[in-house]
Design a protein around this ligand. Structure first.
Ligand code: HDE
Length: 717
């Protein structure tokens, strides 16, 4: 095993050679070190236990299954250093979980630039077509604790680290392009309101309670993000099927110092897809790891997800030109106003080796910025620049967290920061101050012209009277939530209303309910009336001064077809007692697997050819379900349907749930009887009944790409 110190020595010698000529003075010098960026960087830290004897932490071989005692039945001795070391390490295994975004999963990958984007930014990782940069992405939910269910309704974190050849760059974003509040100073209030009650710690990972909606309705800047979270965006089908957003407006800075405002977007190439609410709730109990499992499995099967990294670019002078302030993080820039420029492709292809070392210890910061990218005055972003550093100090317990392998830049670090808890580096420079003459002035100061240093956009100006206020250009909280609502399909609007009905039905405070209706009414009287109906309350009168009929593209999730059905999951409901059924299931599986579909054959027992039993199978595990010829007996009222091998009615439940949750369902031959017996309309959309495998596959493929047949859901009349 190569140690960290050896790796750094290798760097030092590399630098030592170059020092005379000062590597940073040569803009090309860093580029020449691209070999440092191999995805094997972490390998040098891996510990391989595949042979050898167990040792103590300091290297002596030991046996650790019995503690040292005075006599065979006697007390354990304090001198037992083997016992103490083992238990002590165990007692200290946990670090504080993230205050928010505690529940998550991550993976490694690569970003490849589509071109030389020096016309937009001096960022090195965007400087040439084909240039590759290692990345790590961590996806998360916000409110739940580390052990909470993946499918809780929530905003989802989408945090990306680029290990660029000019230092680490993080986009610590979300799957929703806007945020609840406009000034960072209110963040603790938001999180206190959303998290479980302080007395009984209920509910876990859920906003369906008085405090959350009390805050939302008292703080109308939350309305826009709330609309997104109550829609399909709050319950994505997987991390792979969601877009990512940087949320704030940032700046691209060019070599000549000029800058433009930008918004970051990650566009999923898997297509956007969402669960339906009841399914997400069932999943929380059936498989709390649904999203992390999905990401893990997709990568293990060689089908790692991809996104296109894109930006909306806007001239600084236009910061107030669109009827809102670009510094306000509760606003999107509609794509009609500022189209996306696609900068490159990001692909995840490697799962972590160790969850704690990589996913848990990666410490993102919006302040991890590289040359060519700069901040804006967005007061939410400004506050985050403090919070993330502070939180990492708390989680790690000291200032050397950037030295953890997953956090380490892939380039050498030179500065006068020293010592601190967990210092891993052995600094050889005894003149650790600047300016100095005794170390020939090294390390040198790098700026825009010398050493390709980070530079703040020279065009940025800051002055003004000191005020504790928010700009009046941040005042409109209702037009964009309405834009969002107008841009959904009628079924998606119904889903959103149902979600708000679900949440507000949990409220006990009459005042909060009234406040919620008042805020919703400013977005849309339609929403207020429909929510009020479920609450048994009067909706406020319409307030046309707030209403408009604008729409924007790219919001609807359910009206688009997925670009690929690879990795989607199909359950083939068969019977272990019918050879014909198993044969047909095998044929169907072979055919669908060719399309990259993951197929699970379900039977009463784990007979040959059966992957899962009916006692464990569930519609939540499948994107589509097929009943084969010969399995129909399991669905009727006959003896077989009441087998002790599975809970009463389970095969029919799997089929019916798949249908109720709008998934494609299909039957081969006599399997049709199963559909009829559970009440699935044979001629309905997304229901495929065929005699031959090939025809069925054609129908099912189109059904999977369509993903959900939402016309199965009733809409308020
Ligand atoms: Fe965060 N946020 N946040 N946040 N956030 C954290 O940092 C915070 C905000 C986001 O996978 C914490 O390392 C403040 C917006 C993600 O490790 C903490 C404010 C957006 C993650 C923190 C915000 C985010 C975090 C907790 C208001 C989308 C998980 C642990 C000013 C653009 C990153 C940590 C990961 C995590 C503070 C608002 C995204 C406490 C003060 C807006 C994806 O520092």
């Amino acid at each position: 095993m190569r140690t960290r110190t050896t790796a750094l020595l290798a760097w030092s010698s590399l630098l030592g050679l170059a020092q005379a000529a000062c590597p940073f003075a040569d803009p090309g010098a860093l580029e020449k070190r691209d070999d440092s960026q191999s995805s094997g960087f972490l390998d040098q830290y891996k510990v391989d236990d595949s042979d050898g004897y167990m040792t103590s932490d300091v290297g002596g071989p030991i046996e650790d299954q019995h503690s040292l005692k005075a006599g065979i039945r006697g007390s354990t001795l304090l001198e037992d250093f083997i016992f103490r070391q083992k238990i002590q390490h165990f007692d200290h295994e946990r670090v504080p979980e993230r205050a928010v975004h505690a529940r998550g999963a991550g993976a490694h990958g690569t970003f490849t630039s589509y071109g030389d984007w020096s016309n937009l930014t001096a960022a090195s990782f965007l400087s040439a077509a084909g240039k590759q940069t290692p990345v790590f992405i961590r996806f998360s939910t916000v409110a739940g604790s580390r052990g909470s269910a993946d499918t809780a309704r929530d905003v989802h974190g989408f945090a990306t680290r680029f290990y660029t050849d000019e230092g680490n760059f993080d986009i610590v974003g979300n799957n929703i392009p806007v945020f609840f509040i406009q000034d960072a100073i209110r963040f603790p209030d938001l999180i206190h309101a959303v998290k479980p009650r302080p007395d009984n710690e209920i509910p876990q990972g859920a906003t369906a309670h008085d405090s959350a909606w009390d805050f939302f309705s008292s703080q109308p800047s939350t309305m826009h993000t709330l609309m997104w979270a109550m829609s399909g965006y709050g319950i994505p089908r997987s991390y792979r099927h969601m877009d990512g957003f940087g949320v704030h407006t940032f700046r691209f800075v060019k070599e000549d110092g000029s800058s433009k405002l930008i918004k970051w977007h990650f566009k999923t190439l898997q297509g956007k897809a969402s669960l339906v609410w009841e399914e997400a709730q069932v999943l929380a109990g059936k498989n709390a790891d649904f999203h992390r499992q999905d990401l893990w499995d997709a990568i293990e099967s060689g089908n790692g997800p991809s996104w296109e990294l894109a930006v909306q670019v806007v001239d600084e002078e236009k910061a107030l030109a669109f009827g809102f302030d670009l510094l306000d993080p509760t606003k999107i820039i509609p794509e009609e106003v500022a189209p996306l420029t696609k900068l490159g492709l990001l692909k995840l292809d490697r799962n972590p080796t160790n969850y704690f070392a990589e996913t848990e210890q990666i410490m993102f910061q919006p302040g991890h910025i590289v040359r060519g990218i700069d901040f804006t005055e967005d007061p939410l972003l400004q506050g985050r620049l403090f919070s993330y550093l502070d939180t990492q100090l708390n989680r790690h317990g000291g200032p050397n967290f950037e030295q953890l392998p997953i956090n380490m830049p892939r380039i050498p670090i030179h500065n006068n920061n020293r010592d601190g808890a967990g210092q891993n580096l052995i600094h050889t420079n005894i003149r650790h101050y600047t300016p100095n003459t005794l170390n020939n002035g090294f390390p040198l100061q790098a700026n825009q012209t010398h050493g390709r240093g980070f530079f703040t956009a020279p065009g940025r100006v800051a002055n003004g009277n000191l005020v504790r206020l928010l700009s009046p250009t941040f005042d409109d909280h209702w037009s964009q939530p309405r834009l969002f609502y107008n841009s959904l399909t009628p079924v998606e609007q119904q889903f959103l209303i149902n979600a708000i009905r679900f949440e507000t039905s949990h409220l006990t405070s009459a005042t909060v309910k009234q406040n919620v209706l008042a805020q919703l009414n400013r977005i849309s009287n339609d929403i207020a009336v429909r929510v009020a109906e479920a609450l048994g309350l009067e909706a406020p009168a319409p307030d046309p001064a707030f209403y408009h009929s604008n729409v924007t593209a790219g919001i609807s999730i359910f009206n688009a077809t997925l670009p690929t059905i690879k990795t989607l999951r199909v359950g083939v409901l068969a019977s272990a007692k019918s050879d014909a059924a198993l044969q047909q299931a095998a044929q169907l599986k072979e055919r669908l697997v060719k399309e990259g579909v993951v197929v699970t054959v379900v039977g009463e027992t784990l007979a040959l050819g059966v992957d899962q039993t009916y006692s464990a199978a569930d519609a939540t595990a499948f994107d589509g379900v097929v009943v084969v010829d010969g399995a129909e007996g399991l669905f009727g009222d006959g003896k077989e349907a009441r087998s002790a091998l599975f809970p009463a009615g389970r095969p029919g439940q799997v089929l019916l749930d798949a249908y109720r949750w709008a998934k494609p369902v299909a039957a081969l031959g006599q399997g049709e009887k199963a559909l009829k017996s559970v009440g699935v309309p044979i001629k309905g959309e997304g229901v495929f009944v065929e005699k031959a495998v090939e025809e069925l596959v054609t129908g099912l493929e189109s059904g999977l790409a369509r993903f959900r047949f939402t016309d199965r859901f009733p809409i308020d009349s």
